[in-house]
Design a binder for this molecule. Structure first.
Ligand SMILES: Cc1cc2nc3c(=O)[nH]c(=O)nc-3n(C[C@H](O)[C@H](O)[C@H](O)COP(=O)(O)O)c2cc1C
Length: 353
């Protein structure tokens, strides 16, 4: 059984081996099912989708859509698979995933290792009834000479299978990818993926909501420009944030200088600050998903009060195990009730009201 004790034991293995074993055990059904409880205070509706819990699984854990149903069974209110690139890709040489226990952090430079669209698409088709919304996170191949065309291909293949689609232009591990966060690139990118969704689905079906996932490493003026751009492009939502290339000066673990993206506890303050600023800069007009360093109910609640309609996590699971998901749900419900909120939506951005 994959429980909190097993998670602790898995930490004795190399991180990538532990991850592979976890996915395999989940596929075999060796995890105790504990679906999100039906509690009205935690329930919300966004983009016409119903979320039983605002706590979701962040991209990168189930890159290949092998276990989205199992993750819903562990209590997540939504699950994001990917990042998926058009062609399968091995990613960077190993080792490329490092635990920094002294900092409750992880550094990764995986580089979009994934099975590619041709393998992931049939997996999503085979899912059957969904226990929760499933988002699909799209990336670009490292060797691609037209990265925008890669996102367009991803949308064309998966538009009909995704409850929402994420354009991930913020991974630090594919050189040059983050340049797509510029205004000119985003305009072209959004136009391309919207056309692809309309072509794939025709007029009978509405396209999935399109979200953009951004980095936490922006100066204040650059973040203001990005917020203006994403508002003008009328994206359906923004995910804040991906891993950070900075923050190393605050770390204690000897692996602190490994190149890659930093996630976990030391990312919490920066990603929450970025989220709060973005919420204010965009006047609360765009639904935001807050991610980065959540490992407690206080952390999840702080992201919501800063402006997140939903939250996600990955690294917290590595250190706390799946029991964390239930604890976050119960703790969040308690905090919302304590502060007099009838539901999550009422608390979104409460820090600024
Ligand atoms: C090993 C690993 C792989 C990741 N892969 C992806 C990915 O493929 N696409 C993506 O958008 N984010 C990816 N992320 C970033 C997470 O989705 C999340 O934004 C980040 O880890 C911050 O959240 P956390 O502190 O809860 O982990 C990855 C993170 C980790 C640790």
């Amino acid at each position: 059984m994959i429980g909190d004790l097993t998670s602790r034991l898995l930490r004795f293995l190399a991180p990538e081996t532990a991850h592979r074993l976890t996915i395999r055990a989940l596929r075999w059904g060796l995890a105790p099912a504990a679906p999100a409880p039906d509690d009205p205070v935690l329930t919300s509706e966004l983009w016409g989708l119903r979320f039983r819990s605002p706590i979701g699984l962040a991209a990168g854990f189930d890159k290949n859509a092998e276990v989205p149903g199992r993750m819903a069974g562990l209590g997540f209110g939504f699950v994001e698979v990917g990042s998926i690139t058009p062609k399968p890709q091995l990613g960077n040489p190993t080792p490329r995933l490092f635990r920094l226990p002294a900092d409750r952090a992880v550094i990764n430079r995986m580089g979009f290792n994934n099975d590619g669209l041709a393998v992931v698409r049939p997996r999503l088709e085979a899912l059957g009834p969904r226990a929760c919304p499933i988002g699909v996170n799209l990336g670009a191949n490292k060797d691609s000479d037209d990265r925008i065309a890669d996102y367009v291909a991803g949308m064309a293949a998966l538009a009909g299978l995704a409850d929402y689609v994420v354009i991930n232009v913020s991974s630090p591990n594919t050189p040059g990818l983050r340049e797509l966060q510029s205004q000119a690139h985003l305009r072209e990118l959004l136009a391309g993926v919207r056309r692809a969704a309309a072509d794939a689905l025709g007029e009978t079906r509405a396209p999935p909501p399109i979200l953009v996932k951004i980095a936490p490493d922006f100066s204040q003026p650059d973040l203001a420009e990005l917020a203006e751009t994403l508002l003008a492009l009328a994206v359906d939502g923004v995910i804040i944030s991906n891993t950070s290339v900075g923050l190393r000066q605050h770390l204690h673990d000897p692996r602190r200088d490994e190149p890659g993206g930093l996630s976990g506890r030391p990312l919490f303050a920066l990603s929450t600050e970025c989220l709060g600023q973005f919420y204010r800069l965009s006047g609360g007009k765009l639904p935001l998903i807050g991610v980065g360093g959540i490992d407690s109910a206080d952390g999840a609640y702080a992201k919501i009060r800063a402006g997140a309609s939903l939250v996600q996590l990955y690294t917290g699971l590595v250190y706390e195990g799946p029991g964390l998901i239930r604890r976050l749900g119960a703790g969040l419900a308690e905090r919302l009730r304590r502060d007099g909120f009838a539901n999550v939506a009422e608390a979104v951005g409460a820090d600024w009201k």
